[in-house]
Design a protein around this ligand. Sequence first.
Ligand SMILES: [Zn+2]
Length: 386
Amino acid sequence: MSIKLYDQDSFLSEFQASVVSCTKTEKGYEIVLDQTAFFPESGGQYGDRGTIAENEVVDTYYKNGEIVHLCLSADNLTDSVTCKLDFDDRFKKMQNHTAEHIVSSFINKKYGFINVGFHLSKDFVTCDFNGMLTKEQLSEIELLANKVVFLNVPVRAYYPDEETLNSLVYRSKGELEGKVRIVEIEGVDYCACCAPHVKQTGQIGIIKIVGSIKYKSGIRITMKSGAYALDDYRLRFEQDELLSNILSAPQNDLIPALKEKLSSLDQKEAEISKLKNEMIDIVSDKTSNTENNICIDMPLFKMDDLRKMCNSLIEKTNELCVAISETEDGYLFVCESKTINLRDLSKKISIELDGKCGGSETMISGKLKASKEKIAEYFEKGMFHD
Ligand SMILES: [Zn+2]
């Protein structure tokens, strides 16, 4: 087994190593080194990336008890190779992983719940706990966790001797094999863990719980810490800035401004609806009783308005009335009849006027792509009878 350099120094980003083996596989070249600072995929955290003698390492994982670096090429593998971690990526993982320790520790201390699941992805972390927490409880945990960040307390990882280990009260995820590695956040938490962490809690920057859902018999919380949280804040700030411009309101006053805007839109909607109803009455009053079919174009009318229009006109005609309204890709259409079974005709109308419609025996609706003139002629002349 390779010497785990990350065990001794989680900030080591460049090192020399000897290649123990290099195996070509379908995915690429699996390289084993005599020592490595690359942390392999484990415990819900994806494997480290970087380079070995400038060959790109796209993944690191355990295979047959060895730490394997998956490379896309295997050039210049001399006796001593220079290996470099993608430390930017690794540091973000350490920020988020250490944040998880702090949050889990407080949840465990205050509510007795255990962290039963952990997943670290490229921009957020999820943690599952075997008990439910309210928004207020999570908010309090978040404040407590951030206080530990602000106090910048030391984080140490070590292998205690058996006697020391037995005297420690520490958290652990599942059964432990071999020597137990303890990660201690001074004055806050002891946890058995083999991953790399930051050295001082201040390096986490900030911890933000951004979501929670009920999960199995407990809760799944989503967190963003350090660089993940900064990216998130920048995105939200950008959105706030845009909203602030749209609403012409200061950023700390967006909700009242948005409510006012929505209420004014509601009012306008009600006014439009009233005007449309008045329009329906006027059109209906001005339409004389006729033995012919009626087809009327009502610009800007929606489907519901067209239905109301038809309901109002149907008494003026012996057979049927149609109301249409132009859209980007054809005409909204409603047809009502007292005498014809429209459901039986809807397929024929759909084909002959290039559209799609359906409904009941007395009323059908849909969208037609034929021209306004063609639709009017079709219904006024009763061509659907042919
Ligand atoms: Zn850990």
